[in-house]
Write a protein that binds this ligand. Structure first.
Ligand SMILES: Cc1cc2nc3c(=O)[nH]c(=O)nc-3n(C[C@H](O)[C@H](O)[C@H](O)COP(=O)(O)OP(=O)(O)OC[C@H]3O[C@@H](n4cnc5c(N)ncnc54)[C@H](O)[C@@H]3O)c2cc1C
Length: 411
């Protein structure tokens, strides 16, 4: 079949390879002008060990403090509050113990296949060199704060996730730069990649080598009739015609889904980062600074500190005072880090759904149109497994995972 994929971010690119593997003709439709797409600027974690939805006790515990600080780990721009209200209401609903349990089970189901799917995709393309298997660390500045987080760790253990609690000495041995941090936990199975933009660029290059076609255009509408699916695009004179279509345009998927009869509560959690010259942090593996809302990663292209959640929609300009505040907080953990060097600063749009589950499944209007968007904080982690599920949906084959929790019609 001829399959058009709307959006060539990490999710669309992984889907392209899964569909090429199944023998389909692939057309990638993407204007290619989106510097704020999270595919390129994310932290590079394959964090399949993280199964907590955002609507978790951990976030609710910290929320009052965070909201008091406009530059803190989570903020809402007041002007954006009316537009965000429906999303927030669903976020509150997703926070009941029952719903958290259901979200965790669904995140666990997809995350369990995340790393094997990446390994298989990378090795089939001879791209194994992108993967770094060093685990990830969570650290708490104070031991008391760590003790308050034990319930979350217990839940992760109950789900079969490897959790190694480190004492101060073990932590300092693993990462000497963290010498003034009191508590740490190693998740040995988690991984990171060389650099997210490099990985995406390699996946795109190889998709084209394998015969995928590229159309530099922004889809405006997707229309189905008995014979075919037509994509009307801003920059293309003629509609792009395909047998089936995958919508993988990240946060920009919402208007397309809405035209197809699916009102999906998709909004953006804007994230920020700064990338310093390699070696600046003195850390050998990714670190999550608990309660602070940011992480660091030793990428091949530099040491990145990133994270934070800002609800301000797609139009407002970035506020890099947030990045500066994150850097200042990082220095409290890493006293030896010299923050006055040149750093690249970036802001990007996470495509987020209130229950922290992506949308993977057919559209309401036509089963030939398949959604793959809304992966929030886990889009890199889940891209390869999503691609397999998308290929099953396109081929109308049963999937290895029950897809009901990810349906666009669940709202
Ligand atoms: C600061 C930060 C750190 C993160 N860290 C991690 C991490 O460590 N691990 C992890 O798993 N996830 C992480 N994420 C989340 C992850 O980056 C995203 O979930 C993921 O990149 C989403 O990928 P995507 O392909 O769905 O969307 P995008 O990256 O947004 O790509 C969408 C593509 O669609 C195209 N497009 C848009 N509109 C149209 C249209 N109308 N027609 C055609 N094409 C269109 C765009 O040009 C773009 O290329 C992080 C995010 C942020 C912001």
């Amino acid at each position: 079949m001829r399959i058009a994929i709307v959006g060539a971010g990490i999710v669309g690119l992984a889907a392209a390879h899964a569909l090429l593997d199944r023998g389909h003709d692939v057309i990638l439709v993407d204007p290619g002008d989106q510097s704020a797409r999270p595919t390129d600027g994310n932290a590079g974690w394959i964090a399949h060990t993280d199964v907590m939805p955002l609507a978790s006790p951990k976030v609710w515990r910290n929320l009052p403090n965070w909201l008091m600080d406009p530059l803190g780990p989570l903020s809402i721009r007041p002007a954006y509050l009316p537009a965000l209200t429906p999303w927030l209401m669903r976020f509150v609903l997703a926070s009941s113990p029952l719903r958290i349990k259901a979200s965790m089970a669904a995140i666990r189901a997809i995350n369990a296949e995340a790393l094997p799917s990446w390994k298989s995709l990378l090795s089939s393309l001879d791209l194994n060199a992108h993967l770094r298997e060093k685990g990830i660390l969570s650290v708490w500045k104070q031991h008391e704060a760590f003790l308050r987080s034990k319930d979350v760790l217990d839940r992760q253990r109950d789900l079969g996730i490897g959790v190694e609690i480190l004492d101060r000495k073990e932590l300092a041995r693993l990462e000497p730069a963290l010498h003034n941090v009191e508590a740490g936990v190693l998740f040995p199975e988690a991984c990171h990649i060389s650099d997210p933009a490099h990985l995406a660029s390699d996946l795109k290059r190889l998709a084209l080598v394998r015969g995928a076609r590229q159309v530099a255009a922004r889809a405006r509408a997707v229309k189905a009739d008995d014979a075919a699916i037509r994509i009307e695009a801003e920059e293309a004179d003629d509609a792009i015609v395909a047998d089936k279509v995958v919508i993988a345009a990240g946060v920009w998927s919402r208007p397309l889904a809405e035209m197809l009869g699916d009102r999906v509560p998709l909004d953006t959690e804007r994230g920020y980062n700064a990338t310093y010259p390699k070696g600046s942090f003195g850390l050998d593996r990714p670190v999550m600074f608990e309660g602070e809302g940011f992480v660091t990663t030793p990428l091949d292209t530099g040491d990145r500190v990133g994270g934070a959640v800002e609800f301000a929609g797609l139009e407002a300009k970035p506020n890099h005072d947030r990045t500066s505040a994150m850097i200042a907080r990082l220095r409290r953990f890493l006293p030896d880090f010299k923050a006055d060097q040149e750093a690249r600063r970036w802001m990007g749009f996470r495509p987020s759904i209130p229950d922290s589950l992506p949308v993977i499944g057919p559209s309401k209007r036509d089963r030939r149109i398949v959604y793959a968007f809304g992966h929030g904080h886990h889009g890199l982690t889940q891209a390869a497994v999503t691609s397999r599920l998308v290929a099953d949906l396109i081929d109308e084959m049963p999937s290895e995972i029950d897809l009901k929790p990810y349906s666009a019609q669940r709202f």
